[in-house]
Design a binder for this molecule. Structure first.
Ligand code: SF4
Length: 377
């Protein structure tokens, strides 16, 4: 007899859970109650769910379970940034990072095991690609982090005692900026975003969830219609020649078409602007000429620019631009009226900073993009 799959309820959004309940002869509204127990209260067993009948608990136990991804390691930086490494299977691991400050407490989540986009300045890209994460593995990072941080917060580990921090605001922002290209795992990402937004689960607003993409154009249009959260574009070069080298995805989705997609997205975006991330790499993309080119391509778009000093990682051949170069670059952009900020590096002592996440990836692909980045290696 064919064995039925035992479902992990952690990965079901309201719609899928309601469908499952209907299939077992139960009322669909119970999905809200279950989501609340699982995601708001962090329960991983049915036992203590007080408003769920014994009969429903029995049915659910037969066909489903609630299980987070297994933790492999935890690293805590001197600045209290936390990096968790989760075992996805015997040979693969992903990373999640919590970046706490008094005003915002951000969780950076992975969407894939490795990444096939192969940006030449990114540690994840260097690992290759193994597979997409499933919805329960994406949302499981948030589920786990909330529980772990709450335990630390109870002992005032972060020094937030004077602030009114509780279960609902211990994570104020989620950024899909960990390992992987989220828009290449769209079908699993979307239900995870639904759960982040669901008031019975994490109740985050669209403004507080950011999907960061290397520029998968068709999916940017799709996200605008399906679930317009905040959007960040990893740009890192102001022209196609250089971007083709740094980010081979640009050969397929060049800058002009990417900016057209951004122009459309901004009409749906909860923030009315798009963020462009620009990593400063010494003698590669950091000249004054590059700054003027950037102004030229972005001047007509509602946007903000986030300058990221390059974070080095083992075996990287790139270096970070010097402070003066970064400051000149930022001044040129600001004087042209572009809102520009410099991202403060956090957690670099535990390799948790931007571009440093590597996890452990058994590469299953031969990278198919034409990779001109060898010129730099
Ligand atoms: S920067 Fe993003 S898209 Fe590029 S290789 Fe790294 S994880 Fe993938």
């Amino acid at each position: 007899m064919e064995q039925k799959e035992n479902i992990n309820l952690l990965g079901l959004n309201k719609l899928s859970l309601a469908r499952l309940l209907k299939n077992i002869g139960e009322k669909e509204f119970r999905s809200d109650q279950l989501i609340k127990w699982i995601h708001k209260h962090n329960y991983d067993s049915f036992e203590k769910m007080s408003n769920i009948s014994l009969n429903l608990k029995k049915k659910l136990t037969e066909i489903s379970h609630i299980k987070s991804i297994p933790l492999k390691d935890e690293y805590i930086s001197k600045d209290k940034t936390i990096k968790w490494i989760f075992n996805i299977d015997k040979n693969n691991a992903i990373e999640t990072v919590y970046i706490p400050t008094k005003t915002r407490r951000t969780l950076c989540i992975s969407s894939q095991v490795g990444c096939a986009v192969n940006c030449s300045f990114c540690s994840t890209g260097k690992q290759g690609f193994n597979r997409n994460l499933s919805t329960h593995e994406i949302i499981g990072q948030l589920w786990f982090a909330k529980k772990a941080i709450n335990n630390l917060q109870n002992n005032d580990f972060f020094g937030f005692k004077s602030l009114n921090i509780n279960n609902n605001n211990i994570i104020t922002n989620v950024v899909m900026m960990g390992m992987g290209e989220p828009l290449l795992n769209y079908d699993q990402l979307l239900p995870a975003l639904n759960l982040m937004l669901d008031d019975n689960a994490y109740g985050l607003s669209r403004r507080k969830i950011t999907v960061s993409t290397s520029g998968i154009i068709p999916m940017i249009y799709k996200l605008a219609k399906d679930c317009p959260v905040s959007l960040a574009i990893s740009l890192h070069a102001p022209n196609n020649n250089l971007r083709d080298i740094l980010m081979p995805i640009n050969i397929k989705y060049p800058i002009e078409e990417l900016l057209n997609a951004c122009e459309t997205y901004v009409r749906y975006s909860p923030k009315n602007f798009i963020t462009f991330e620009y990593c400063m790499i010494k003698n590669v993309n950091d000249s004054k000429m590059h700054a003027y080119e950037l102004i030229n391509i972005l001047k007509n778009l509602n946007c903000k620019i986030n300058i990221i000093p390059f974070n080095s990682f083992p075996n990287s051949k790139f270096e970070c631009s010097d402070e003066n170069t970064i400051s000149d670059f930022v001044n040129i952009l600001s004087q042209a009226g572009l809102i520009t900020t410099i991202r403060k590096t956090r957690g670099d002592d535990i390799y948790a900073a931007c571009g440093q996440l590597a996890g452990n990836v058994q590469d299953k692909t031969k990278i198919t993009f034409i990779n001109k980045s060898k010129e730099f290696l």
